[in-house]
Design a protein around this ligand. Structure first.
Ligand code: GDP
Ligand code: IMO
Ligand code: MG
Length: 427
């Protein structure tokens, strides 16, 4: 059985954690391939609620092996506190595997993330302040620290030295901050080595062998398509590739092994941080979506910006990810509206535009063209099949499917594992 990718089709927080957890029981491996603890995935199992940041959501399913791939950036202190939190609640985390090639979020990169944002002022990205951007920047600049470096003190010291060389100049001369001591950083990083050791593995070899043996591998994306460094709303993006291609580079599994790419799609739209968002609402409807949908960030506690569904974005996600399916989430949140506007195209400088413009300026000028779909008032949280949904809810789903370009194979009608309508099976 080949591999599946599950990723965010909008600006993150689509419900990837819930969808991954749902499939956890049917797969052998769940692999994070990019991002780090900028992610916040809420998973509800029975009466238990878990907030995961760095760990793959498969960690909650005892049968499957959670893997942190080479494309992920790892903050060891966050990793340990997340593991401790789960262990205290009786979750066995001993099967976790971490790529020795994954990069480490060092304390100085968290500092650099925060000072850079402060320095940008009004132009800030609104990052999660977790050191994600600077860590990926170090990776690309070839001054990153990898998990494997923790096991060679002399190499580690040289690498930290190289990384701090320019940064200390920048911190002291530009940002008016104190320089960071190399020894202190090395000491902190070495203090993580022993506890990390049992988890460190050649995950590339392991995952490819597993696929050769017909095991099922699920790649779980962090963030979302429009936050992708290449395909998102640059520069208001994260610093990695949440899109489907990222699953290959971030894990060492080739594209020929991937048979299914599932886009997680919220029945409306949200975004955290700065950047363009054509369907954003600043009125009572936006406030209602935020309240009913519980749209508050799990990582930073920031209110999420809310707006109506944007089919232009969904079509774009289908294209850049080669989506085979959608998992539509939070349909229940839309219960109670008499009419639900859906953005079908944009108006840009007086012209109707059907597809996402590649020009940043055009996207900033995009005004949504809405079609109003009839709403429903019946409670849908107990629906188990598509036929259980009120006619207007069915029509809403069908309309979204048609506009978005891939079949909607599952529908979320509540946060719990079982509050899902499965239309086509994923595995
Ligand atoms: P992720 O980052 O993509 O995993 O999404 P988040 O966990 O940040 O945000 C999604 C939120 O919606 C979480 O609180 C989930 O528990 C919740 N959720 C997921 N699917 C559904 C659904 O179908 N209905 C409702 N009401 N809540 C959902
Ligand atoms: P999940 O996995 C929503 C946003 C931040 C900011 C931008 C860059 O829960 O969907 P970063 O710290 O990554 O450099 O911030 O990306 N962002 C997210 N927004 N969900 C996420 O993750 C996000 N991770 C980062 O708000 O706008
Ligand atoms: Mg989230």
């Amino acid at each position: 059985m080949p591999a599946l990718v599950l990723l965010g089709a909008q600006w993150g927080d689509e419900g990837k954690g819930k969808a991954t957890d749902l499939l956890g029981g049917s797969v052998d491996y769940v692999v994070r391939y990019q991002g780090g603890n900028n992610a916040g995935h809420t998973v509800v199992v029975g009466d238990q609620k878990y907030a995961l940041h760095l760990l793959p959501s498969g960690i909650l399913t005892p049968e499957c092996t959670p893997v942190i791939g080479n494309g992920v950036v790892v903050d060891p202190s966050v990793l340990f506190s997340e593991l401790n939190g789960l262990n205290e609640r009786g979750v066995d985390t001993s099967k976790l595997l971490i790529s020795g090639n994954a990069h480490i979020i060092t304390p100085y990169n968290v500092t650099v993330d925060k000072v850079t944002e402060r320095f940008l002022g009004k132009r800030k990205i609104g990052t999660t302040g977790r050191g994600i951007g600077p860590t990926y920047a170090d990776k690309i600049n070839r001054v990153g620290i990898r998990v494997q470096d923790l096991y060679d003190e002399s190499i580690l010291t040289q690498k930290v030295e190289a990384a701090l060389d320019v940064k200390n100049q920048m911190l002291t001369k530009l940002y008016n901050r104190r320089a960071i001591a190399i020894e202190q950083v090395v000491e902190e990083l070495l203090s993580y080595a022993d506890r990390l050791k049992p988890y460190v593995a050649d995950t590339v070899l392991l995952l490819n062998k597993a696929l050769d043996e017909d095991k099922v591998v699920l790649f779980e994306g962090g963030q979302g398509t429009l936050l992708d460094i290449d395909h998102g709303t640059y520069p208001f993006v994260t610093s990695s590739n949440p899109t489907a291609g990222g699953a290959c580079t971030g894990s060492g599994v080739g594209p020929t092994k991937i048979s299914r790419v599932i886009g997680i799609l919220k029945a409306y739209t949200t975004r955290v941080g700065s950047g363009p968002f054509p369907t954003e609402l600043f009125d009572a409807d936006g406030e209602a979506l935020r309240r009913i949908g519980g749209e508050r960030g799990v990582t930073t506690g920031r209110d999420r910006r809310c707006g109506w569904f944007d089919a232009v974005i969904a079509r774009y996600a289908t294209r850049v990810n080669g989506l085979t399916d959608f998992f539509l989430t939070k349909l229940d949140v839309l219960t109670g509206w008499e009419e639900i506007p859906v953005c079908v195209a944009y108006e840009i400088d007086g012209k109707r535009v059907e597809e996402l413009p590649y020009s940043q300026t055009d996207f900033h000028h995009a005004k949504p063209i809405y079609e109003n779909l009839p709403g429903w008032s019946e409670d849908i949280t107990k629906a188990k099949t598509f036929a259980d949904l009120p006619k207007n809810a069915q029509a809403y789903v069908k309309a979204l499917e048609e506009m978005s370009g891939a079949p909607i194979s599952a529908i979320g009608v509540g946060p719990g594992r079982t509050e899902t309508i499965e239309i086509n099976s994923f595995i």
